[in-house]
Structure formats: C-alpha cells, structure tokens
Ligand binder design. Structure first.
Ligand code: AMP
Length: 631
C-alpha cells in the first residue's frame, strides 16, 4: 500500500484504521469500542478488549517458532553470549514470574528494575507483564538520587538490581548505589532481588531485605504461571523521563494500544517479518530499549539482539561482526554511537559480510548530515532517521520501508507515522506556519495507540505539561521544527529547558538542583552546549556564596562531582564557569535562552527585561577566558 493512503486513512478514519491494526495481536476478549474520546486530552484505545503483552511476545509464538532464537544477550564486557529460543524464554519468564509472585508481587504492583543490559532485565520485564505488575526500568547509568526519586514516585513492592554492571572493562558496582538510594527514599520497597553476576566480590547484603535471584530461581524451576488478562487501558509500565522541573515524569503506557503499535511498527516501519533478526543497540532503560529490544521484536516473532558494552570494544568491528554472525536484517542505533565509530578506521565496516543487513535506523537526537552521509556510504544500506520521544513510545516521524519507502532526505526524519496528526504551528498565534517557516511541532489529539496514556498518578501534570501550551487542545512535542513543501520535517531542538546528551534527555533543572547541593554554591544555571560527539553537553554557570574562600577551581571540580554522584556520569557538566551574577529578568526569572545564545556565539535576543546588563558582559568575558573547570 502507498504510504500516503495508509497515513491518510489513519487520520481520516482512525477507528476503521486501528480496528484493522488491532487484528495484528491476540486478544483474549476483543475490544468493544475502538476509541473513546469522551474526556480529551485523555483517550482510550480498544476499550473492553483484554490482552497481555507477555502472551503476545512469547506464548503466541510457541506453536510456530518454539525453537527459533528469541533473544540473544551479548556482553562484550564479560565476553559472554547467551542465546534463548522462544521455548527457553518462555521458561525463564515463567520462573521469574513465579519468583515475583512468591515475593507478593501482584497485579497493579510496581516493580523497579535497575539492571544492566542483560537477559534478566528482559525476563523481569516480561514476567511483570505476564502477571499484570507494572514495571519501571531505571537506566543503570543513573546514580542513587535519580533512583531514589523514581522509587518514591512509583512506590514499588520490589526492586530488582544487579551486583554490578561493566563499562569499558571496568566493573561498576550497582549495589552501593541501591543501598544509598534506599536510604534516601521515603518509600523503600521491603525487598531487593539481586541478580548476582559475580562481578563484585565485595558486595554486601542486608539480611532479610536482600534476596538472591539464583537461589529463588532454583526453587521455582519448571514453574508455569498463568497469564493475567488486562483491560487494554490498564497500565503496563512506567518509564521516567526528564522535564522542566527537577522531578522526573512517570510516563505511563497502556497494554492493548502499546501492543498494537509495536506490532504495526515492527512490520511497517522497521521492516521486520517473523523469523528475522533485529539488533537495537539501546539500553533497556530507555524508550527504544523497551520498544525495540524487548516488546516489538518479540511481538513480531523476530529475534532480538541485546548488547552490553561499547561499540569499540574489543574492537570497532564488534557490531558488524554481530550483524554477520546473526544475519541482522534491521539495526537500530543512535547518531552519537555512529559518530564514535566515525572516528575509527573505516575498514572495520568492510571486514564483515553485511549482505543480510537492509536498514540502519538512527534516533534519539538530530542526525547531522555529515554523519548521515558517512554511514550511508560506508555501510551501503539506507539510513533511516526517525524522530520520537519517550512519551510516544514509537516513531512519530519516520520513513516506513516496511510499507513503502519514500525518498530519504538527509537531515530530516521524514514524514508522520500513522495516527500522528502532525502540524507545525506559530509559537504565539497557534496558527499553522507555511513550509520553510520555523514553528512548534504539535500533534492533534487523539494521540495514536502506543503513546503515553497519562503521567503516573498525576493526570494534571499530563494535561499541563503537554496540552496547555496553545488555545487549541494540542499535544506539544516541545520541539522546534520546520517542514518542506513535500511534508518532510526537520527538527531544530527543544523549546524548553531540556537538553539532549548523546541521545538522552536531561532536564537542566535537575542538574542545577544537584550543583546547588554543594555548600559553596549560591545559584546555578545549566544550559546545553553544542558538542561534536554527543550533540550537546551540560555547561554550568554558577555564583558562589559570599565569604567562600576555597580555590574556585576546587569548588568547580566538586560541583561536577556532585552531579556525577547524584545523577550519574551522563549528566556530568563538561564545563563550569563561576561568575558574580546570572542574567535574570527584573522579576527574577533566569534567562537561560540568552545564556544559551551567548555560549553559541549568537544574538542573546531581547534584553529589555534584563535586570543587570553587566551580567551578560561578565559572561562574555568568562567565555573568552575559559572555564574554571572542564575541557
Ligand atoms: P527522549 O524522550 O529522551 O527520547 O528525547 C526525545 C527528544 O529527543 C525529542 O523531543 C527531540 O528533541 C530529540 N529527538 C529524538 N529523535 C530525534 C531525531 N530523529 N531528530 C532530532 N531530534 C530527535
């Protein structure tokens, strides 16, 4: 079918379109109503239908593909590869589900999963889905404070963690971070289930609270756990993401709509048919990891490759070697990872037989044209840039090679995916802008299946964060965009105080709050600075309290360390500038946009509301003189 017809039908006749797509998954009871829009901006898809994500991901395939590989978990850190057929995955997930039940985890209970990219993370997620528990995976690179915030918001019955992860050959103990997070958390769960990889011999356990997964697993070997059928709109999982406040938002996903979006996108966007192999290099802690390492490939009857390690270790050919070994059909990665590989010898790309590889999808951050050209030429396969957010759960703007491939335009993720009523509108008037004019990217409700259903326990925040920006009820992506006259869209960066570091979203407010925990700091402003490799990196401008006598370079270094310890290395500021005042309006609002402009050497904009114009001059001087700390 032509893309144009498919897309038009999804917008003009959404109920007919999605009723058809709903047939891609198994329903225990079919939906009674395809779409309920009686309470906008909330919407409910496939009302009255009951289904289960785990059943669709595993059980449904047992008749036809029990011996086919479902999951291959490769670690270039521990040098271990573990392969699981659908039958073996069924068995592991059932055992895990039995362990969860034995610990009192029930339908609707939350389970926080803090694991590296290992097979147990997938087992744990699917086991939760099987029994109707709500998982919330926290990226292993997040530090204790980030974990504590998520625990307090989700109030889990159980935390599942590993003894340690590994990065670049170095063991990174997780357990001390878990202990610190549970000390900080106001609502710590009664138990921590530990997947002990034997990486950290020094790991300590808290008696009665900390339980060993391997021992419980032996107790439940051969267990089979009945699937809990859920109404389509019940929550399946939470995934926290950064916003403009210091408190992360629990993006809540449903069951039926998400399953249908996964089934549709794996086929029509990612071009994966049952039996084919998908390699997504994401971590399970991100939205891509949830959707395209776990749920979509398995719902689609494919083989999913899960990878723990760097793209350059043991050598920069490792990913292509895996593509050859497993006959990968579709690969999914990030522009940052490709920029890392671009620094290596190109011959690594020619060392392996990549004849099975048909597509490389890249997402999470803008794909710059030089990188797009380089990888397309070196790999010899089409590179599909696709735009989405944690909130959408699957691509919102993309090309759909599994349906009808349109021309690739470098620098643009392409055209709207089915169900996304996309517009680019004027920031002030809300009117649609002409082709070639910059505006805010918005989606007309109803959001398609798969997108967030609300913010966990905070419907007001859902409405306020996404639907309150314009007179008309529209979902704001909070991204600037521009469209050409063929409808292709270019993404021009965020409209809010969120930055994108190596494809990962960070709230500048979270980093500011962390910097301000240092005793010498009076106030801090964090902005994103352009970076060749990571797209953006955080930069701090801070004022110190009166009477601080410590060496400024020492304070600045300590500020960076505060962020690493509390939030994780990803958020570590690249530079710290100490100044005597931050640019503010007369009403005391921090002018981050002006700071951002100055750092980029651009015009700082309208300064008529600025309280103290000398503050900007001092910042200009500081930028010329160089940071107190950092590269
Ligand atoms: P996250 O929720 O962490 O995936 O971050 C979503 C944000 O990443 C979006 O709002 C965009 O700012 C950015 N983003 C994601 N994919 C793309 C893309 N293909 N091109 C440009 N920006 C992107």
């Amino acid at each position: 079918m032509r893309y144009e017809d498919f897309y038009r039908q999804s917008i003009d006749e959404p109920e007919r379109f999605w009723a058809e797509q709903a047939r891609l998954i198994h329903w225990d009871k079919p939906p009674q109503q395809i779409l309920d829009q009686s309470n906008p901006p909330f919407r409910r898809w496939f009302v009255g239908g009951t289904t289960n994500l785990c059943y669709n991901a595993i059980d449904r395939h047992l008749a036809a593909r029990a011996e086919q590989l479902a999951l291959v978990a490769i670690s270039s850190e521990t040098d271990v590869t573990r392969e699981f057929s659908y039958r073996q995955l069924y068995s592991e997930v059932n055992v895990f589900a039995a362990v969860l039940q034995s610990l009192g985890v029930d339908k609707g209970d939350r389970v926080v999963i803090y694991l590296p990219n290992i097979a147990e993370a997938v087992f744990a997620m699917l086991a939760c889905a099987r029994i109707g528990a709500i998982h919330s995976v926290v990226f292993g690179g997040f530090a204790a404070h980030n974990l504590a915030l998520r625990i307090d918001d989700a109030q889990p019955k159980l935390l599942i963690a590993a003894d340690a992860g590994m990065r670049g050959g170095k063991v990174i103990p997780y357990k001390p971070l878990v202990d610190a997070a549970l000390t900080e958390a106001l609502a710590p769960p009664p138990h921590v289930l530990i997947v002990d990889r034997g990486l950290d011999p020094q790991m300590t356990r808290v008696t009665d609270r900390d339980l060993d997964y391997a021992s419980l697993r032996t107790r439940h070997e051969d267990a089979e756990v009945a699937v809990t059928w859920l109404e389509s709109n019940e929550p399946s999982y939470l995934l926290y993401t950064s916003g403009t406040t210091g408190k992360p938002k629990g993006i809540q996903r449903d069951v039926g709509g998400y399953a249908v979006a996964m089934a549709l996108s794996i086929r029509t966007v990612f071009d994966i048919a049952p039996g084919q192999v998908m390699f997504s290099t994401s971590d399970v802690g991100w939205a891509v990891g949830h959707s395209y390492n776990v749920y979509a490939p398995l719902i689609g009857g494919a083989t999913s490759l899960l990878y723990e390690g760097l793209p350059t270790r043991p050598d920069p050919g490792i990913w292509w070697q895996l593509c050859e070994r497993y006959g990968v059909h579709t690969m999914f990665s990030s522009p940052t990872a490709i920029r890392v590989l671009k620094k290596q010898d190109e011959s690594w790309l020619r060392k392996y037989d990549l004849s099975a590889l048909k597509w490389l999808f890249l997402a999470g951050e803008p794909l710059d044209e030089p990188t797009a050209h380089w990888i397309t030429d070196s790999l010899g396969v089409p590179v599909i840039d696709n735009y989405w957010q944690t909130e959408t759960g699957w691509p919102a703007i993309t090309l759909m090679p599994g349906l009808d491939l349109k021309t690739v335009k470098f620098g643009s993720p392409g055209l709207p995916a089915p169900g996304y009523g996309m517009k680019v509108i004027d920031e002030n008037t809300g009117a649609e802008v002409a082709a070639g004019v910059k505006g805010v990217l918005v989606f007309q409700p109803p959001l398609p299946p798969g997108c967030l259903s609300t913010v966990w326990h905070d419907d007001d925040r859902y409405v306020h964060s996404y639907f309150s920006h314009f007179k008309e009820l529209l979902y704001s992506s909070l991204d600037w965009a521009i469209r050409d006259d063929e409808g292709y869209t270019w993404i021009l960066g965020r409209t809010d105080d969120v930055i994108n570091v190596a494809g990962h979203r960070l709230g500048t407010r979270e980093i500011e709050e962390s910097v301000a925990t240092h005793a010498a700091v009076a106030e801090a402003a964090v902005i994103g600075m352009k970076d060749e490799l990571k797209g953006q990196v955080p930069v701090v401008f801070a004022t110190l309290k009166q009477g601080v006598t410590e060496d400024p370079a020492v304070v600045a270094l300590a500020m960076r360390q505060c962020v690493t310890d509390q939030l994780g290395a990803l958020a570590r500021p690249a530079r710290v500038y100490l100044v005597s005042a931050l640019p503010k309006t007369r009403s005391g609002k921090l002018l981050r946009r002006s700071l951002q402009a100055l750092v980029q050497g651009a015009d700082p904009g309208d300064l008529s509301t600025l309280d103290d114009p000398a503050a900007l001059d001092e910042i200009r001087r500081a930028l010329e003189e160089g940071p107190e700390q950092g590269s």
